[in-house]
Design a protein around this ligand. Structure first.
Ligand SMILES: NC(=O)c1ccc[n+]([C@@H]2O[C@H](COP(=O)([O-])OP(=O)(O)OC[C@H]3O[C@@H](n4cnc5c(N)ncnc54)[C@H](O)[C@@H]3O)[C@@H](O)[C@H]2O)c1
Length: 252
């Protein structure tokens, strides 16, 4: 893809799954990647793997819900690679106890909000000044098809994911004239290591029946879309929410 060679980007929640695949793909395209994760060792392992293949990467500890930690990962990108061009805010969690609205404890909602909404706001506050300093760049947020689907079994995750869409549209509108693009990717079911651990054969059969495609999603499918949005090939895409899901949920 055009324009990624030598560009500097952060992948938050890049220690495994979609984030790790995205960090690897970005590095293959020539980007210098800082990988942050609550599990710092996972982030360092992904960075080591990228470096062993000739790429440029750094793995660091990140608690995305903490403003100082977000400031530190941005500082690490600037110190190590000289600036910041894009930030993929991808981390998520806090789904334990997240059930229907009459039974979901408020503490579960608070935790989900901290991980799935506030972390993206803090990432934006930390990254934008540096991206603007470079004359523009990209914020790419990971949401979920669950934000649009109407999930009967779960309230907090879809609520907090929807808030990211508003954040991206705000950033796109407010800083577009300064060269900043902000977009959201909503993955469908993606067979990450963590998802595969809980997947039954029955669920795979049902998932395949529900999707107008030949297969379920892989982390690389999402990595490709994120990389496109970070690249110059995606330079006229701004303020959009993209569903990347093999056609499971079809939206305007
Ligand atoms: N896998 C899917 O089927 C699927 C579907 C829809 C949306 N998504 C979204 O895609 C993104 C990635 O999902 P995944 O399946 O790869 O998840 P994952 O659980 O495999 O990876 C998430 C990573 O984020 C890290 N993390 C969690 N909380 C953190 C925090 N506070 N600070 C820093 N790092 C933290 C975890 O340690 C983990 O490495 C998430 O935003 C998720 O909601 C995934």
């Amino acid at each position: 893809m055009r324009g990624l060679n030598g560009k500097v980007g952060i992948v938050a929640g890049g220690g495994r799954g979609i984030g790790a695949a995205t960090a690897r793909r970005l590095a293959e395209e020539g980007a210098h990647v800082v990988i942050g994760d609550l599990m710092g060792d996972w982030a360092r392992e992904v960075a080591d793997d990228i470096k062993s293949k000739g790429g440029k990467a750094l793995g660091v500890d990140l608690n995305g819900t903490d403003a100082d930690s977000q400031a530190a990962i941005v500082a690490a990108a600037v110190e190590t690679f000289g600036g910041l061009d894009f930030y993929h805010s991808n981390l998520a969690g806090g789904t334990e106890g997240d059930i229907d609205a009459l039974n979901c404890p408020v503490e579960v909602l608070d935790k989900s909000f901290a991980i799935n909404t506030k972390s993206h706001f803090l990432a934006t506050q930390a990254a934008l000044p540096k991206i603007i300093e470079r004359g523009g760049g990209a914020m790419i947020y990971t949401s979920s098809g669950a934000a649009a689907g109407g999930a009967a079994w779960q309230v907090a995750y879809p609520m907090t994911k929807n808030a990211i869409h508003a954040l991206a549209r705000h950033v796109a509108s407010r800083w577009g004239k300064q060269g900043v693009r902000a977009n959201v990717i909503c993955p469908g079911l993606v067979l990450t290591e963590a998802v595969k651990q809980h997947l039954t054969d029955d669920y795979v059969v049902k998932g395949l029946k529900a999707i107008p495609h030949t297969r379920l999603g892989q982390p690389d499918d999402i990595a490709a879309a994120v990389t496109f949005l970070a690249s110059s090939d995606g330079e006229w895409v701004n303020g959009q929410v993209w569903h990347v899901n093999g056609g499971t949920l079809q939206r305007d």
